[in-house]
Design a protein around this ligand. Structure first.
Ligand SMILES: NC(=O)c1ccc[n+]([C@@H]2O[C@H](COP(=O)([O-])OP(=O)(O)OC[C@H]3O[C@@H](n4cnc5c(N)ncnc54)[C@H](O)[C@@H]3O)[C@@H](O)[C@H]2O)c1
Length: 253
């Protein structure tokens, strides 16, 4: 049987790969033969690189702030300078706001979430696509959220940013559909990562949250990786501009 998700000789750039969904997906890509470049503000991403190398894979960490254009441009340049190409990107870095109703949210808090969760995806798309155009194509997956499809309480900046990521995904897909570049998104539901640790440790909050999920549990970060590897691969060659929920049935419910 051929391996339908073989990434041998492919170069994959992942933001937010120090922990959580990005780390799990970096390891999944590397396990399929990809050379992985991780852009993250967290130097802990060196541990993801070390784990990939110990398993016989190839990876590089480039300290990157996705909200800073020069930093994102340098990340793409370092990828191409090191490995000679950029085939796929997973724009996944993100943060949550401090939970608060909209009128009590500070302008600074709103701007911070938008700058990382939305502007960061725009900047990644901008510099990745600029390179992919010269190279003849590529595929990109952005991390949205179920909060990009339905609102959650007390997280207006995040809801706005993630709705924006789904919009950016559609817009970028349209702009480059005829130039060999596909752009899709995943919309994770509740995933057990550093981001949601506080929610899951709060027994009452966690019980109420799990009641909204037909599978009645949070996902493990590894459960997001399969969709990303599929969408990035030639198996998904007729799919672009789409957002796929990976949510244990939360939105369909
Ligand atoms: N965990 C969930 O339930 C859930 C649900 C839906 C969507 N998401 C989204 O999934 C993505 C990954 O989150 P996670 O759950 O793995 O959380 P996480 O906190 O484990 O990972 C987020 C990563 O992004 C990095 N990051 C933060 N700000 C950055 C910046 N300015 N520049 C570069 N890197 C930065 C962090 O260092 C971290 O490595 C996020 O976009 C998040 O919004 C998570």
């Amino acid at each position: 049987m051929p391996n339908l998700l073989d990434y041998t000789d492919k170069v994959v750039l992942i933001t937010g790969g120090a922990t959580g969904i990005g780390q799990a997906t970096a390891k999944a890509f590397a396990g399929q033969g990809a050379k992985v470049v991780i852009g993250d503000v967290n130097e802990g991403a060196t541990e993801t690189v070390a784990q990939i190398k110990r398993a016989g894979g190839e990876a590089l960490f480039v300290r990157t702030d996705v909200s800073d254009p020069a930093s994102v441009e340098a990340l793409v340049k370092a990828t191409v300078d090191t490995y000679g190409r950029l085939d796929c990107a997973f724009n996944n870095a993100g943060i949550l706001p401090t939970a608060t109703p909209l009128a009590e949210m500070s302008v600074a808090d709103f701007d911070k979430v938008i700058s990382i969760d939305l502007r960061g995806v725009f900047l990644c798309l901008k510099y990745q696509i600029s390179h992919m155009l010269t190279a003849g194509g590529g595929s990109i997956v952005n991390t949205a959220s179920v909060a990009g499809l339905i609102a959650g309480r007390n997280t207006s900046s995040y809801v706005a940013a993630k709705h924006g990521v789904i919009g950016l995904t559609k817009a970028a897909a349209l702009d480059y559909a005829t130039q060999g570049i596909r752009v899709n998104a995943i919309a994770p539901g509740l995933v057990a990562t550093a981001m949601t640790k506080g929610w899951l440790e709060d027994a009452d909050f966690s019980r109420r949250l799990l009641q909204t999920i037909p599978l009645a549990r949070p996902a493990e970060p590894e459960e997001m990786s399969g969709m990303v590897l599929f969408l990035s691969s030639s198996q998904a060659s007729f799919i672009t501009g789409q957002t796929f929920t990976v949510d244990g049935g939360q939105v369909p419910r």
